[in-house]
Design a protein around this ligand. Sequence first.
Ligand SMILES: *[C@@H]1O[C@H](CO)[C@@H](O)[C@H](O)[C@H]1NC(C)=O
Ligand SMILES: *[C@@H]1O[C@H](CO)[C@@H](O)[C@H](O)[C@H]1NC(C)=O
Ligand SMILES: *[C@@H]1O[C@H](CO)[C@@H](O)[C@H](O)[C@H]1NC(C)=O
Ligand SMILES: *[C@@H]1O[C@H](CO)[C@@H](O)[C@H](O)[C@H]1NC(C)=O
Ligand SMILES: *[C@@H]1O[C@H](CO)[C@@H](O)[C@H](O)[C@H]1NC(C)=O
Ligand SMILES: CC(=O)N[C@H]1CO[C@H](CO)[C@@H](O)[C@@H]1O
Length: 637
Amino acid sequence: MPPTRALVALLLAIGLPALAIAASKPPNFIVIITDDQDATQNSTHPRYMPNLHKWIRYPGVELDNYYVTTPVCCPSRTNWLRGQFAHNTNFTDVLAPHGGYKKWKSLGIDNSYLPGWLQDLGYNTYYVGKFLVDYSVTNYADKPKGWTDIDALLTPYMFDYNNPGFSRNGAAPVQYPGQYSNDVVGDKALAQLRTAIAAGKPFFHQISPIAPHTSTQFFTNPETNLTSVFFYPPIPAPRHWELFSDATLPQGTPQGNLYEKDVSDKPAWIRALPLAQQNNRTYLEEIYRLRLRSLFSVDEIIGRVFNVLNETGTLDNTYVIYTADNGYHVATHRFGAGKVLPYEEEIRVPFLIRGPGIKASKSDKPENHKVGLHVDFAPTVLTLAGAGKQLAGKELDGTPLGIYDNDDGTLRADYPRPKYYRNQFQAEFWGRWSDELLHHLSIYANNTWKAVRVHDEAKNRDWKLIASCTNERELYDLTYDRGELRNIYAKADKRVRSRLEGLLAVLAVCRGESCSNPWKVLHPSGEVQSWAQALQGKYDSVYDDITPFRFKNCLPYQVKDNEVSQFRAQIDAAAAKGRRRDLASGAAAAASNAAAGTTSSDVVFIADVEKHARPVPQEVLDLDIGKLFENYDIYLA
Ligand SMILES: *[C@@H]1O[C@H](CO)[C@@H](O)[C@H](O)[C@H]1NC(C)=O
Ligand SMILES: *[C@@H]1O[C@H](CO)[C@@H](O)[C@H](O)[C@H]1NC(C)=O
Ligand SMILES: *[C@@H]1O[C@H](CO)[C@@H](O)[C@H](O)[C@H]1NC(C)=O
Ligand SMILES: *[C@@H]1O[C@H](CO)[C@@H](O)[C@H](O)[C@H]1NC(C)=O
Ligand SMILES: *[C@@H]1O[C@H](CO)[C@@H](O)[C@H](O)[C@H]1NC(C)=O
Ligand SMILES: CC(=O)N[C@H]1CO[C@H](CO)[C@@H](O)[C@@H]1O
């Protein structure tokens, strides 16, 4: 062989594989997830979040039919990373005994969830900010598994906006007195991001600031030694107090559901709530502004993250996602400020995404109307990371999001593009309602409910059925009543009502495939695949024969016997069978998967803010954190 040809051959031999690897390098993921941010009350408007608009919405896309399936922090965050409904994780509450870090660990959630799955694919995984609410100065050492680097906020400093405290990878806690929480999270996030980029491996990076959650403080009464938690409105960064002083609650939206006068259609406990008067309305309006102001520092984090991505040439191969753990209401119906309810304000959250294969919407309006859920997030990320074949065996309830609608022509060819996309889902909650800021001390114990939400894509019709544990029912025609002001359960079209009840009976106890395709359970022959088809008169008898889902009692946690569906046994049996099949194929797919990482460096960037870190004092380390939460009924506004 002549020398030149030998050289070419040599270059090809070393050059081509390198090129091939570069071309197929798995994408990175950065997720910014806020705490308690609504999608319905205008908080993501470009004026309030300019960087979100500039860097994610405009060059990417917003999904406006995106929901959480349980509207409360830690259960929802668990659904998100686990790809499962709360009725399948059974992690249903924020705190012990039916939630909390101890239960989370004992359920083994972190033995099998997204960060671990991504590590198996060769990813580095990073986390900064709020994890679970009672991850604290006493249990920090038993850190969550699955993270290359996790720097997590700790109780009692978690919602202390100007004195946050953290543990990094289970090390001794530190606090940052006088430093603003979202800025500390931002500084730490940037250092992590630079570290992730320097490592040269694909990465997943979750950034979880606390805004716009209420500020909470623990206070021990020296006379009684009783410690209580107090809730205050969120606190903006010192430089943002003057912003948006002219912002008002969006009363003019199609919702029009602020300060609802006629609640005669609502369940008894809501009818009993007083209508807020002007002094309280002024107060709620200011809470609304404080939420927007506290979010502005999150918007600044977005800007800083993108500067690093742009400057390091990492932008093109990175998905950046923005969302929240649950929605939030201010002043809707008879409520003050809070979440945990089945209404749109609580279950809808912002979801914006940009990245490889997604066409720029170049718009400040949502351009994707597919129904998306938090349980879809893990399957979506795995699919985009090239592990779509490995979804089996993970017992996922979600399916990859409908972002194929915004394919710019380069979205992975194997990204699923189903003919019948899931247009219905259920949401659920167990436990009590309490207002965070207005109805001081007011608690409603029986706020356990399930809801079915339908978005008929073909006809653009929207429905919701809510089943409370008191077995009161609500039905809303959301096409004409987006504000959920007129409960038409009693007078609704019988066909609509029976189909919604049928869906509820399946979805309330769904697992895996029955969560995305309940029609297969209702119509085993496969002849019905959508809401529109199910509405046909010839199926009346199918639906008339279904026994409606029902709660036997109001319980603040999930017991199977208490939640009665005629489909439960059949769905559980099908899931067990699927599990055996999946375990076999999942193991084979995992074995054939090559590690994605190529190079690795150990450069670790240290955030500037670390010079302000102080050890947490001994008396705080000695606190009985469990006790702190025992007495959290006292709300001070
Ligand atoms: C869920 O957890 C609770 C304890 O918080 C337990 O009593 C219940 O039996 C569990 N339910 C299921 C369905 O596993
Ligand atoms: C409160 O705790 C302190 C220190 O442990 C103790 O000396 C005091 O007696 C306690 N007071 C009450 C009212 O229990
Ligand atoms: C949302 O906020 C923007 C900016 O302040 C304002 O112009 C717009 O009217 C608001 N939308 C609603 C529905 O209130
Ligand atoms: C991205 O970085 C390049 C070069 O580093 C710079 O010229 C450009 O202005 C940056 N883009 C934005 C939108 O900041
Ligand atoms: C809650 O439900 C239980 C029964 O499930 C009932 O005994 C109790 O009175 C209810 N409480 C309220 C405040 O509605
Ligand atoms: C729900 C409600 O209206 N709450 C408060 C409104 O303001 C008055 C006086 O400031 C309070 O007494 C109410 O509890």
